[in-house]
Design a binder for this molecule. Sequence first.
Ligand code: NAD
Length: 271
Amino acid sequence: MIIPEDLKYQIKKNFKKGKVVSLTGAGISAESGIPTFRGKGGLWEKYDPEIFANTEGLISVLRNNPRSLANFITEFYSTLLSSQPNPAHLSLVELEKMGILSSIITQNIDNLHQESGSQNVIELHGNSFRIICMGCQKKACLNKERIKELLALIKKSWSSYISLLRIISRYFPKCKCGKRFRIDIVLFGELLPQDELSRAYKELDNCHTLLIIGSSLVVYPAAELPLYAKQRGARLIEINSQPSALSELCDYRIIGRASEIVPEVLNILKG
Ligand code: NAD
């Protein structure tokens, strides 16, 4: 048994309909096959985030080391393409259907909450399967089939800066407004989408319990959200395989794997 009896009692008592919000981070998707970026085998072990997680860095790699950029794009998207929602994502869908969970505020960019069927998902850091115009901010979908084509083309026909640039330009085209589309994720040093952030704060204004799953809570401003919720009277429950930076702030901490514990929370509420 992972969840102690007293906490089971608290979950039954405190999970009020429509009053639970979940804040999720990379840990919820770790068991879907997407390593946390900072964890063992994560992207930042191999690629320096100072270069590969900011626009200027990416442009300079394209010019100076296109092979490295080709490898990075391939690894980044191959991992996302081969991932599937796990029981933690699916349990959140059930909680939403039961009317208990009102929304998910996610720092993830993997689309797995939407893919599993969650409806009210607030994306603080964007989505890898979407592009955004750098001029008028128009958004468009970059679906899995298109990404598979992109990776196949990179594998088959890139050989230089110019050929890689041509391939990338095809999948990140120019908008009608004249500016170019880019991937719709928040890179280092960029502002979060303000509409999503406002929605997140609004959800927390009415939230009775904040269920934090798989986040180290070191990335700001997302890490401010638990404090905001707590100041408004919400109870904080943390599910993580190890303590986070804000574990001390939480009313309850459950140490363990999200894919085991979130389904157990669901069973408690169904029982
Ligand atoms: P993080 O990498 O800083 O922390 C991950 C947390 O998850 C850690 O505290 C770790 O202990 C915990 N964890 C790992 N495996 C777990 C499991 N199986 N069950 C429960 N907990 C587990 O992640 P973060 O706080 O989300 O911040 C990282 C940033 O990197 C975010 O901004 C996010 O956008 C991005 N990121 C996204 C993805 C994704 O979309 N799947 C993956 C990696 C990084």
